[in-house]
Ligand binder design. Structure first.
Ligand code: PGA
Length: 260
């Protein structure tokens, strides 16, 4: 059996605050055409995470064309409803057939004050509504240079995942995204990505035993068609979380097809 066992590949496109809903529809139409011409590898799943204003349009475009891409969101609130001006709940996302929700992306942590405690509540909400949270973890450059990369990630994992049952852990994806590699053009080397992914599995072993062998661990941070294959070849890396390069249909499909 391969070192990855039965783990599938998950390639996720995080559009961040890009693409109006008109542009989003055009990109999805292009993705649909590209995937009709050259289907994805059988073991690869893809999710697309547009902004809230595009979710409904992207959902309709994906479903009406039966495009083999799952709908994703970039964040959510942990309450189902209430006086939270400007927020969108996990329940609202679930009703739009959203399947994957990014939780604790470093931009949310750094710019919007998301603490480990809030991240845990969001995970709870996403799981409660039967969606798959993609839990983002990663260290800053300062933390890496001071030798605290692994302990930083371990702390984030423990805060989010400790004391959860097997069923919950089976429904969670972890994305390792070193903050210094996001949007900087500076990708972690395949060796660094592999080393941290293995360290994450070590931490998962402590938190959930067997789940350390089954949980998907993505890498994210300046992924391009040129480095995707090398990153996916790492024995503990099961997928990619792609920001900038996912805005372009050709690049995103090239990345998603790199897993073979
Ligand atoms: P990037 O973003 O690919 O543009 O570096 C990755 C992410 O933040 O998810």
């Amino acid at each position: 059996m391969s070192p990855k066992g039965n783990r599938r590949v998950l390639v996720s496109g995080n559009w961040k605050m890009n693409h109006t809903h008109y542009e989003a529809i055009q990109v999805v139409q292009k993705l649909a055409a590209l995937l009709r011409a050259a289907p994805l590898p059988e073991d690869t799943d893809v999710s697309l995470h547009p902004s809230f204003t595009s979710l409904r349009s992207v959902q309709t475009a994906l479903e009406s064309d039966a495009v083999p891409i799952a709908l994703g969101a970039q964040t959510c609130h942990f309450q189902d409803s209430g006086a939270y001006t400007g927020e969108v709940s996990a329940e609202m996302l679930a009703k739009l057939n959203v399947r994957y929700v990014l939780v604790g992306h470093s931009e949310r942590r750094a710019m919007f004050g998301e603490t480990d405690e809030v991240v845990r509540l969001k995970l709870d909400a996403v799981l409660w509504h039967a969606m798959v949270p993609i839990l983002c973890v990663g260290e800053t450059l300062e933390q890496r240079e001071s030798g605290a990369a692994e302990s930083t990630v371990a702390t984030q994992l423990t805060a989010a995942l400790a004391d959860r049952g097997r069923e919950a852990l089976d429904s969670i994806v972890v994305a390792y995204e070193p903050v210094w590699a996001i949007g900087t053009g500076r990708t972690a080397s395949a060796d660094d990505a592999q080393a941290m992914a293995a360290s994450i599995r070590g931490e998962l072993e402590l938190l959930g035993g067997e789940v350390s062998r089954t949980m998907l661990v993505q890498y994210g941070g300046s992924v391009t068609p040129d480095n995707a294959g090398e990153l996916l070849a790492c024995p503990d890396v099961d997928g990619l979380l792609v920001g900038g390069a996912s805005l372009d249909a050709d690049k995103f499909v090239a990345i998603a097809s790199s897993g073979t």
